[in-house]
Write a protein that binds this ligand. Sequence first.
Ligand code: ATP
Length: 494
Amino acid sequence: MPEQLKLLIRSGHPIIAIETGDEPRAMDLINKVSDDLQVPATVWSMTSGLICNNKGTIERLVSEGKPLHALQTIKESSLCGIYVFKDLGAHLKDLTMLRLMRDIHNEFTLNRSTLFLVDSAPLPDAIRRFTLPYEIKPPSFEELELVVRSTFRKIAAESIYEVKAEITKRQMEQLVQSLRGLSCSEAGRVVASVIYQDYKLDGGDLGQIIEAKRRVLASAGCLESVAVDRASEDIGGLTNLKAWLKVRRGSYSDRAREFGLEPPRGILLLGVQGCGKSLCAKAVAADWNMPLLKLDPGVLYQKFVGESEGQLRQALRQAEAMAPVILWVDEIEKAFASANASSADGGLSQRMFGTLLSWMQEHRHPIFLIATANNIEALPPELMRKGRFDEIFFVDLPNAANREGILKIHLQRRKRDPDDFDLEVLAEAADGFSGAELEQVIMSSLYRAFAEDSELETQHILAEIAATRPLSVVLGEKIANLRAWAKERCVEAD
Ligand code: ATP
């Protein structure tokens, strides 16, 4: 990496943008390059001001945190140097700052200085246009393996208890893979936390590592790390879909690659609301032992007005860094709805849709994409084209047998024995109910029974079923259209 960066500096790029959540790694790299090239590095941050480090001699050039003065200072310096501004992006929105950046660009082109913008958030598009993006590669497999080993050795050396490693080569590989996407220091902390729990590093730690990593990455921009609490046995019905997924389990492993398998790219789950699409995303993550990241494209528009495209790119990059992962794009139709029509958002959703499509086509990372959608009318046709997804499944309302299965699952989840209930009668009565509605019926009947101070019985559930007007009645016509449309284009999930 340092060689590549040195080349960029030597070839005279005046402003290089590094968008990363791993600032220490970026700074290590820049400091190394500054040492190798013997060019002093001057660093600005809002809290420290502008500080120059010239061969170990530290000089504070500007003490105040406001960036304007610091930028003017470096612009006027005739010295060829390396300058680093941390998190400047948020300050680059007014015209004076933009003008100043252009001046620096011109000045540095002449005196061959380099300004690095190291930012944890995406830079405004107006700045991006005249900067050269540089991507900090996340720690490699080998680096992370080293972190695991050195963390273990350190704890073993310092602990008063005996610390054991009972881990096979294969488990070690999985464990290191599951740390992908974390910085070295974050990975070290995650590994230390699981070792300290039982003074052991073993295969059983994998689930905890995934959970610990989820907490570290809890929510970054529009990417949310989702807790996985359901597995495929918690899904009633959807037999075809479950069988399809079962066959592909393990296809991201080294063994699968050596066997000549292409890792699956993803599926689109279309269907009636509340029939288990989101549940499936969670179950795949649990069954495949992979972290689940949720990309909520709606948030791209609402929360990051003016930065949506940058945020989407950043989210995709982050998912790549964390791979192997399951990337779940929920309600994909909502985000790109206006990409279909002549859009009123200045082409934003069209551009975002283009970004996502080309990423889906081009990326080569072990990422399994699960996109879910309820409304087919809003889906741009390009998304449905062959080759985008490995398969498009239609998730319909459950039939009687599956309704029985779903009732059974939810009764068991609430510590009730399904054999105490007349499931056949209940499933019959709940014709047209979705999985979510069946779950709701169980919940409400538990309330009903509790209020009556009695144990839950079939009649409580029947009463709730009778009191519910399922969505399939309210949206009867819409669901019929959806079914007719899906018949031609999708594989039935059941
Ligand atoms: P939406 O499109 O509204 O997001 P969805 O199809 O993603 O709906 P889920 O969110 O997965 O539906 O379903 C909501 C809840 O209903 C689930 O968490 C689960 O508890 C229950 N449920 C739905 N379908 C099933 C099923 N097939 N088996 C068991 N539970 C189900």
